[in-house]
Design a protein around this ligand. Sequence first.
Ligand SMILES: Nc1nc2c(c(=O)[nH]1)N[C@H]1C(S)=C(S)[C@@H](COP(=O)(O)O)O[C@H]1N2
Ligand SMILES: [Mo]
Length: 906
Amino acid sequence: MEVINQPVQLAKEPAAAIDQLRYPPSPAATVTDHPSTRTNTGTSTPDTSSEVGPTCEIDARAANPSCSYPLAPKSRASNKVLTQDADTPDAHVVRDSRLIRLTGIHPFNTEAPLSDLYNEGFITTKDLHYVRNHGPVPNAEEQNIYDWEFTVEGMVEKPFKLSLQNLIDEFQQVTYPVTLVCAGNRRKEQNIVRKSRGFSWGPAGLSTALWTGVPLPELLRRAGVRRGAKYVYFEGDEKLPNGQYGTSEKLNWAMDANKGFLIAHKMNGEILHPDHGKPVRVVIPGQIGGRSVKWLRKIVVTDRPSDNWYHIYDNRVLPTTVTPEASDSLPNTWKDERYAIYDLNTNSATAYPAHNEVLSLDNTQGDTYNVRGYAYSGGGKRVTRVEITLDKGRTWKLANIKYPEDEYRNAREGEMLYGGLLDMSWRESCFCWCFWDLDIPMSEIASCDDIMVRAMDDSMMVQPRDMYWSVLGMMNNPWFRIVVHKEAHNLRFEHPTQPALMPGGWMERVKKAGGKITNGFWGEKIGEEEEEVEEPAKEICMTKADVTRLVTIDELRKHDGKDEPWFVVNSQVYDGTPFLEGHPGGAASIFGAAGQDATEEFMTIHSENAKKMMPEYHIGSLDEAAQKIIAEGEPEVETDEPREVFLQNKSWSKGVLSQKTKISADTKIFTFDLEHADQVLGLPVGQHLMVRLRDQASKDVVIRAYTPISEGSAKGKLDVLVKIYFDSPERKGGKMTQALDSVPVGQSVDFKGPIGKFEYLGKGLCTISGKERKVNRFIMICAGSGVTPIFQVLRAVMKDNDDPTKCLVLDGNRVESDILLRKELDSLAVRNPERCDLLHTLTRPEAHWGGLRGRMGKELFEERIGACSEVGGDDLILICGPEAMEKSTHSTLHSLGWVDEDLLFF
Ligand SMILES: Nc1nc2c(c(=O)[nH]1)N[C@H]1C(S)=C(S)[C@@H](COP(=O)(O)O)O[C@H]1N2
Ligand SMILES: [Mo]
């Protein structure tokens, strides 16, 4: 492989000249060229200036009294660990109580009140710097922070590991100001238009600090980048639901000193604050904050963009046509690099007038008001124009712009700040926010309806009037609009939104009043436009209007058997008899509820459609005495007699979680101990059980049906295989599966059952809703974790050598590693070649995959299953998978002539 040690050599330019261009000669420049010859100051002597904290300000000023560049205002010395954080994994982090929490208590995602942020000036203190943490903050203090190590590896000649101490000792340090902006800045505005998959940032999701560290090109040069490498991946330390936080960048940007990629270990002259990456982070100027990986552990040079979950499913702007629901099934859209955000877009917001600021109109003749705020652009571009309109964009006024960043460019040659070279004179790029302001006569403000601002950058791109809404709600940058209200002798100003769940702002107000915010006129009525008022979600009525009968507890209790099973939901009494056959959960689950209050199970398991059917079965309501008895709950019947069978259909039995076995990235087998070693589970083949637990976060009770993978006749133990749908920053995961995953070993979970309308009796005989049916061949179609009930039936069929029944199994997955119970399935097929035909098909197979490819659609079914030859014949199709798959399978089978009589959906 050809070696590119210094990409500059490819350009046929003298390397030294380019280097000089990038790093103008300075007293320390030679050190950079020969890092190995530099005398190491010894591991026990960390950079002392970092401990000096605020006095750095004095040092910098003393070294250069003429310097005019801003330094950070003083941080609050009194900050300590906040009581809110005490019970979280972040109990080691000292924070400022002014920060507004956007995602509850934990993880810590916060912005300062806009006025406070603006008032701090150009450099933000660590107290008010916005924070975006996907998970817990690593505790770097668990070791000496200077021993913190990270690697430089991948497609490099000389991979190496570096401690923070090495980073400080062996490389030239630099310092410069950078504004970090979260891609979600101003997202609340998008969320009001339409809920996106992201939490609600106000306009203060940005901050500026002086970062000290080593330019990334220096590290990459030491490692020697190999030919063919095109990307560089950064990975953080903290463990998150979807793996480590990591993201990649284009390598040629990372190598380019103009782009300013920095490996930083100081912020405003101090050791990094834990929330901001203590002790080492990446800082990538001009780009969204999401690329600046904190708590850095790995730098990996690669030939392709990262497949880290957070690189794919975070920090993207998908086309505006993609809805949150649709995005779930568009992995290729997510992976499309064109939709990944790197450079920031041009944006601006108004800090003053502040939200709810009130101005008296008395004696203001001749006065002006100084309207002011911030603006920024991306990729090093400069904000070249800021304009204000008081008449909805018909006319504009030019605002003044201040660029404090320029003041650092005037530093003397070789000037040091916080132990790093302050060397920006050669770099044209603008990596920081700027401030704009304009004095506007009070008379004009008093007579306008709104004040709007827009900025333009040096490529003449101007902020748009209209919002570009997208699934993740990122990069929101339409004109920032403040509404002016005239109230008696006062003016009151109203910003678009307030951050997080805080009420307030014209957007919310306009929407509630039925205005359509995206109509091009900020939701104000134009002409005869129809008002669209959002319907509040309606409670579904489950009662029949003319039912007046009062039911006593004795009456209810009489109907506790298979004969006329009655059950109670929300104090209303229903007769399940007419629905025994039609119930998708089988008659058994109605029998299970007979004579009882089934509110909890019913409400958590059933869809809106199911609820709509309820009036048909409504026969009365419980009388007061009965309601009281039900509300107080049943006394638990305790018996000393050890029970033979674990599952009961009328009461919950407790299984104790004894083991969690991880079998893939998101799938685990949960093993429960039954009440005693000889107790049988008691689950007929083909049936399911209900699992009940309490979600620790919301305290809600959750109930779901599962099919265990242990056999129904198994004794003492119960194994349930569960794919866990983790929460992601932008999407709620599975409530049940995550709650189950967080149950600690040793804790109990409730089970009840069996339920289900299908049962396999053996030798081809089964029952469906109680009716017997003889089957010669099962056609089993499953996907993902839908394999579990299929597996249970398949195993029972194959276990009995005298059972002549055949099985065709079609198991669809995405990639090979997604196939669940692979070994078990394959071994059943291998041992029964005559009877078991097992086919795996993958939609995203790796190159070496030798099995079927593609979706489980018409083509596959036609070829493998064929058309239905006889309705109610010898074939029965069992189907289990995600809802979308079940639906499409249903219609495809219909088109092949199969009818519902021969289909069974688990
Ligand atoms: N390791 C790690 N790095 C991370 C994140 C994270 O959660 N973990 N969040 C990213 C995002 S989305 C942003 S906007 C910035 C925020 O940096 P700050 O918290 O220092 O302001 O950090 C980025 N780097
Ligand atoms: Mo972010």
